[in-house]
Design a protein. Structure first.
Length: 610
């Protein structure tokens, strides 16, 4: 876009935001909605996608700080709600309640069009301001001239889609075409295209003039509790300014501009994509200056989770508008050999079995404090789990391995041949993102392993290990924890899916309760069988580690029955041996094809597992 030198005037930005999880807000919404019948209101206007918050505002502010730091005040318009992560002490942040800009007789309202008619009433709002929904983002560096011409008039952006003389059935199309016709019939011709539905520029005085000119229509819009066809859509302000010569129009997105962006590596002005994981690639392909990811009736919770991880990868650094969390996290990276170090604000490398090792890896050791490090050849990574239980008071605790760890972002990569420098961003391994997941779930788990060839977990253990150990464990559970015994029998004898690696991340209380339960059982077993264990092969001496994976699966099934919420996320595998890496990559491709053809059932409950 051609750059213009514009007058040095302040520009604010206004966001609309609501927390649909707020119980009081939902009560008010349900009360108003109950006054309508199904035929009286458009389903698209009341669907949860119109109100649901997926923390997009957090990431929009991160994009603002990164690409448009010159913006002045940030006004967030809400129904007396505050994002729990927002630093309201930041001098740029201004919270505005609906009651400050709308008359009391129209409240409460759940009509974005009604709220948009009143944003020019925000106390202290500058003459020049941008407007955004929380699902709109800055994607490239932009300056004031991107939004205003040399005379300080707004640049209004439109899509390639033209408004034609027909009766639109969809609510949005109907409202936009009605707004255009309102201006055309009363002021004169404007720009007959649909708006780009992204961050827009306005002048407060022009907006007020438009509202005065169509006073009765705006008064009717403000009185509607939900969006309806007779509401005036926000695009009217652009059509009005252009018709009066107080704004200019540009097409921000069409096939020609997209082709130019790809061929000449330029940036598309603006793009709107539906909230669908399959569409995110378009943002990397076209590199838009502005983008909107629009939630809709077709969007799923899987898409919303994918969006959050996509935004975390794109904008990983917390902005100055976010509170600094006082939560702590210790996710121990269990290590027994020299390897690329995984270490950041949540990942803490620790040397397992260090009591019996002559090698010093230069990291934390599991033989400090209260520990069982000397039992590592029998307990495997459980010596680290025990250390974490006894020596950490972090709010979140977890265990991963030096070459096997979670992808919290649930991306598409499974095998890597080295630890990438940007692993924190690439796999969303940040504290803020961990907190987000554990605000919705109680435990993060690896995908379940489906045991092939065997009838059950019990049958598989019988064929691979010493079954009398598992039988004795079942007796100990019956003696010590009878409330879990039936669950243990069901899991062992009737299921063939298991959580491997002793990998998980959870809240402190859950971690500590599990560790207490687990080691109480294993130490009781150790007293019974340890003399005999000493005579076994080195592999079979790892009995307590093998048993713990089965016990973990039992305990999780028990917790599920208590209503504990869990999420299974993929695991990243790092194989540094080039030949083995190439083999597993090839096997993965073959397994994908066989699974897609229905010939092979995946061993893991995910499409990329091998």
């Amino acid at each position: 876009m051609t750059k213009h030198i514009v007058e040095d005037f302040p520009v604010d930005i206004v966001y609309l935001w609501c927390d649909s999880n707020d119980i009081e807000w939902e009560k008010k919404r349900s009360a108003e909605l109950s006054k309508y019948t199904g035929a009286d209101i458009d389903a698209d206007a009341v669907d949860k996608c119109r109100f649901i918050s997926n923390d997009e505002l957090r990431y929009s502010l991160r994009s603002l700080e990164k690409y448009a730091p010159w913006l002045n005040n940030i006004y967030i318009v809400t129904d007396n709600q505050i994002p729990e992560w927002l630093d309201t002490d930041n001098p740029k942040i201004k919270l505005i309640n609906h009651s400050q800009i709308l008359p009391p007789e129209v409240l409460p309202t759940f009509n974005a069009s009604a709220i948009e008619t009143a944003i020019c009433n925000i106390p202290g709002l500058s003459e020049h301001f941008l407007f955004a929904n929380d699902d709109m983002f800055f994607g490239q560096p932009v300056d004031k001239s991107f939004f205003y011409d040399k005379n300080g008039n707004p640049v209004f952006r439109f899509s390639k889609r033209k408004i034609i003389n027909k009766k639109y059935k969809h609510l949005f199309g109907y409202m936009v075409s009605a707004a255009y016709k309102l201006v055309k019939d009363n002021i004169g011709p404007s720009f007959a295209h649909f708006p780009h539905h992204n961050i827009d520029a306005y002048r407060k005085s022009a907006m007020k003039d438009c509202i005065r000119f169509f006073e009765s229509g705006f008064r009717n819009t403000a009185s509607q509790k939900f969006r309806e066809k007779d509401c005036i859509q926000r695009s009217v302000f652009g059509y009005y300014s252009i018709a009066k010569g107080e704004g200019c129009a540009v097409v921000a997105d069409d096939i020609r501009l997209r082709l130019k962006a790809v061929l000449f590596h330029t940036n598309l002005d603006s793009i709107q994509i539906p909230l669908s994981e399959k569409k995110f690639y378009m943002l990397d392909k076209y590199r838009p200056a502005l983008f909107c990811i629009n939630d809709s009736i077709k969007s799923t919770d899987v898409d919303r989770f994918a969006l959050r991880s996509f935004l975390e990868r794109k904008f990983p650094l917390p902005s100055k508008f976010e509170k600094k969390s006082d939560k702590t996290a210790d996710v121990m990276v269990c290590t027994h050999k020299k390897f690329d170090k995984l270490e950041n604000e949540i990942l803490k490398p620790i040397q397992a079995g260090s009591e019996s090792s002559s090698e010093d890896l230069g990291i934390l050791k599991d033989n400090t404090g209260d520990n069982i490090s000397g039992k590592n050849k029998y307990f495997s990574e459980l010596t680290v789990l025990y250390w974490l239980w006894k020596n950490s008071s972090a709010d979140y605790k977890g265990l991963v391995h030096y070459r096997r760890f979670f992808d919290l972002g649930n991306g598409s990569i499974r095998w890597i041949d080295k630890i990438p420098q940007n692993y924190t961003q690439m796999f969303c391994l940040s504290k803020s993102y961990l907190e987000h997941i554990l605000s919705d779930y109680d435990i993060i788990l690896p995908m379940k392993r489906v045991i092939p060839k065997y009838k059950s977990i019990y049958d598989q253990y019988k064929n691979r290990h010493v079954i009398s150990d598992l039988d004795r464990v079942m007796e100990i559970i019956k003696e010590k924890y009878p409330q879990i015994y039936d669950t243990a029998v069901y899991v062992m004898k009737n299921t063939k899916e298991i959580y491997l690696y002793n990998m998980f991340i959870t809240k402190k209380s859950i971690f500590d309760d599990y560790a207490k339960w687990l080691f109480d059982i294993l130490f009781a077993l150790e007293k019974d069988i340890q003399p005999e264990v000493e005579t076994r092969s080195e592999y079979q001496k790892r009995v307590y580690g093998f048993l713990s994976e089965r016990l973990f699966t039992v305990y999780l099934q028990y917790l599920k029955m208590q209503g504990i919420k869990m999420i299974e996320l993929p695991v990243i595998y790092c194989e540094t041996n080039k030949n083995r890496f190439n083999i597993v990559k090839f096997r993965t491709k073959i397994y994908k094809l066989l699974t897609a053809a229905g010939i092979r059932r995946p061993h893991w409950k995910e499409q990329y597992g091998v």
